[in-house]
Design a protein around this ligand. Structure first.
Ligand SMILES: [Zn+2]
Length: 502
């Protein structure tokens, strides 16, 4: 069964309501909807029988800021210039919410991710977070209840604790919809952080994914950043059992998200609020759970972090079925605007409407800035650590069955992502003709990218700069803008478009 783009009916009708859910840090292959053996998403599976499910959706980046900026602008990270070192979405980029406001949409933004601040809520009528003064207490009570007061060692305080209060979103959405103007369409955006480490799922979900002994051990597991990055940088090992428990905690958190989705959608459906509504379920990026000796979602562009779920529900609007075309999550930008009847004023870069996806195209994911905080977090335990090898940006070009990952230090990896989805067999040295052709394609694709924002290159915060200097680096403007000084000179597509190196 393949969805029929020509069955699009939205354009002749009034603009649809849009309920847009981002499950932060959710990789597609861990959802039972996408074939995972454990039942992590039973509700989503049944809900998706009437939905358009994209099997090959690529996120534009591996972390929250660049990926959400892409979702909201349709641009790639090196075009919108937003990442961990430039956390503000530039004011001169027009967002989906701003475009929909012009079409008289009323809108609501609720985000549990502490990175998603005011600049991301631009264009929305209301912005809320679980740490807002009027939600904070309820959020803390929810987290206490679900963890029974047992927080993992190394749990960061403040906002990062309240991130796990996703249940709150349902109450706030219902309140917003009760107060809405009945004669205008609405846009609701929700970011849920349950799947983001450190994981805090209730015991009933742990029981479904872990043995009784593992459940007990899961409350003692050290999920601190110090330990996470020490493993990633090869400074400390984790026992296989620890990795298994992490994996089970992640699965338990997916089950929790699925249950929250069921509760929200059932309630909205009962109130007739899903009529003429497009429901979008996706993720900003995935998560590494020990593959490639990595955890979390920095420093790589492997499929674990770039292959994301993408589901559109709106039987009258988009049809239903499985779609295996190569798509990107930033394709949502032109898709939503098209359904809302907004003319695309400017070209939207590589983004293509999901209503007219195609079998062949170039897709690019980027890692636009490395995270110096991770270096700082291991410094106390491993003062001799040399982070040079990790100080590099990455690009990953997907073309037909192949994927080329290029680091700005000139290191490459080449995989057949269809035959080898775990990316275990690096073809870079084995197939030089293919490698050359892919590198050529990458350079051609990158040459089409244009920075669309007013500001310059990356910026290190003063704290990051001091930390790098503490590690013995002479931090210069060159490092900020192009990574020079940190990495050896080598052929790299990053040199082609760096806005600060015109
Ligand atoms: Zn994220």
């Amino acid at each position: 069964l393949v969805a029929e783009p020509s069955s699009l009916k939205g354009s002749s009708k009034s603009p649809p309501n849009i309920l847009w859910i981002v499950w932060d840090t959710v990789r597609a292959d861990r959802l039972s909807l996408y074939g995972y053996a454990k039942k992590t998403t039973p509700f989503l599976e049944s809900f998706s029988r009437e939905a358009l499910v994209f099997d090959n959706a690529l996120s534009s980046a591996s972390s929250t800021l660049p990926s959400h900026a892409s979702l909201f602008t349709g641009l790639l990270p090196s075009e919108h210039g937003t990442h961990e070192r430039q956390p503000i979405l530039p004011g001169d980029l027009r967002t989906i919410a701003e475009s929909l406001a012009d079409r008289s949409y009323q809108s609501f933004f609720w985000a549990a991710n502490p990175f998603l601040g005011k600049s991301f809520a631009r264009g929305f009528d209301r912005e809320e977070h679980p740490w807002d003064p009027d939600q904070r207490e309820a959020a803390a009570a929810m987290v206490r209840r679900k963890t029974r007061g047992r927080l993992p060692p190394g749990m960061p305080p403040g906002s990062w604790l309240l991130k796990a209060a996703g249940e709150l979103a349902e109450e706030r959405v219902v309140r917003f919809l009760e107060q809405r103007h009945r004669d205008r369409p609405w846009l609701v955006f929700l970011n849920y952080m349950e799947a983001h480490r450190p994981w805090l799922p209730p015991k009933k979900y742990r029981n479904r994914m872990l043995s009784p002994e593992q459940v007990e051990a899961s409350y003692q597991l050290d999920l601190s950043w110090e330990r996470t990055w020490s493993f990633v940088f090869g400074l400390e090992e984790l026992a296989a059992e620890e990795l298994q428990i992490m994996s089970g905690l992640y699965d338990a958190s997916l089950l929790e998200l699925d249950s929250m989705l069921e509760s929200l959608l059932t309630r909205l459906q009962q109130q007739g609020l899903l009529d003429q509504t497009l429901v979008i379920i996706t993720a900003d990026h995935g998560e590494l759970l020990g593959e490639h000796h990595l955890l979390d979602h920095q420093f790589s562009l492997y499929a674990a972090v770039t292959h994301v779920p993408l589901i559109l529900w709106g039987p009258e609007l988009v049809g239903a079925g499985r779609n295996a075309d190569p798509v990107m999550s930033l394709d949502l930008f032109p898709t939503i605007l098209e359904l809302a009847g907004v003319d695309l004023q400017t070209d939207s870069g590589l983004a293509v409407s999901l209503l007219r996806s195609r079998a062949t195209r170039q897709r690019l994911a980027e890692y636009p800035a490395f995270d110096p905080d991770a270096f700082r977090q291991v410094q106390g335990r491993h003062p001799g650590f040399q982070p040079q090898a990790w100080m590099r940006r990455l690009r990953a070009l997907h073309h037909e069955g192949y994927k080329l990952i290029e680091g700005e230090d000139g290191r490459h990896e080449l995989y057949h992502w269809r035959r080898d989805p775990a990316e275990l067999q690096d073809l870079w040295g084995e197939q030089p003709d293919l490698a050359r052709a892919m590198q050529q394609r990458l350079e051609e694709t990158v040459a089409q990218l244009r920075p669309r924002h007013a500001r310059g290159g990356d910026e290190l915060s003063e704290a990051q700069r001091r930390m790098l200097q503490g590690l013995g680096y002479a931090v210069t403007e060159g490092l900020d803008s192009a990574g020079n000084g940190a990495t050896p000179a080598a052929r790299s597509s990053w040199r082609l478009t760096d806005p600060s190196r015109k």
